[in-house]
Design a protein around this ligand. Sequence first.
Ligand SMILES: Nc1ncnc2c1ncn2[C@@H]1O[C@H](COP(=O)(O)OP(=O)(O)O)[C@@H](O)[C@H]1O
Ligand SMILES: [Mg+2]
Length: 355
Amino acid sequence: MTISQVDELWGAIINAYVHPQAKLPLSNKLMFKDIAKNLGYRVPETYKVIRSPAEINDFITDIESVPDSFVVKGCTGDSGQTVKVIARQEGSAKPTHRRFITEGGTTMYWYDAPSLQSHMLDIHSGKFSPFVQVYQTPDGAISQEVPWKDIVYVEEKLQSHPDMTKYLECGVADLRLTYWKLCPIHARLRLSTKEGDGRSNISLNRPTPNINMDGITTSDGILGENDFTFNGHNTLGITIPEFEECLTIGAEICHALQINTVNVDIALARNGPTLLEAHGGTAEWAGKVDVMKILGRIMDIEDNVKEIKDVETGLALGKRVYNNNRQVTLEEVAEKLLGRKEECEKDAPDASMED
Ligand SMILES: Nc1ncnc2c1ncn2[C@@H]1O[C@H](COP(=O)(O)OP(=O)(O)O)[C@@H](O)[C@H]1O
Ligand SMILES: [Mg+2]
């Protein structure tokens, strides 16, 4: 099995199981935040939504209108590329002469006003956005090919949950929860580091232990080494605060979005679990966690899919099959989820005609 085979299979599964309409809030963080907030979930407070270079300029000159700490982001983009976590401001009283110290907290990591402005202009220009975006036209049709100018936004910088602070160099910890039809199929803790400048993205090579359904970390999902120490603490055996609540929030998000499979990111913040984003891709899986284990869980869920009536029964099924460790092959998964074998047989030349 190669990474590209798994990616190709997963891409086909996403296409088959995720309706384009459901992809919209997954490709737009602000839209997702609005939906989550309206459903009553905690999200970081949005301070500013910025749609033009002139508004970026206004933001910098009127910096007093947001608190000392804040986070800059784009609606699209991933791997933390748009995200700047600003911990505090220093220097001149004049906004345009300020220094913005990022969460990494060393002298390497600060921005003066022009460079923060330039980063925001980069986000706005679409530098970090995918070339094409799923987009809904006013008449309700879905178009796939729209050049994307991103919206910049500024939100509250979250504080760490007190139980998690000792495991972090800085920033907040978050959970990456993955679901299949309301059942959790993967849970992972992401710890933020100074090198990641207060971001915990897996692509930034952060420690990311896997979590069992009892809410306790079990193994390292990415480094795969024998040393699990980070920031002076063992990262195995950490009990995740409010894990059960996080699992439920993720499943309720799947239910609300009517989506078959999704990744939900939830920050373990001081005020309680706080939703950061939801997305459909699995680029951060491939080769780094045991994807075959996850596919085994999906197959077990499919065998018992009739049990899933609501969030509660979905969670119960996911938890029940989580540690089955069913061994599967890519062929078996493709056949079960995509009916590929049947398609091949249908397309194959009819034996009797060949004769
Ligand atoms: N409001 C926030 N407060 C503190 N840290 C944050 C906040 N938003 C994001 N982060 C950190 O930055 C990382 C990336 O943010 P996210 O919104 O998930 O963007 P991306 O799509 O680029 O991953 C998060 O995993 C988290 O570590
Ligand atoms: Mg993220």
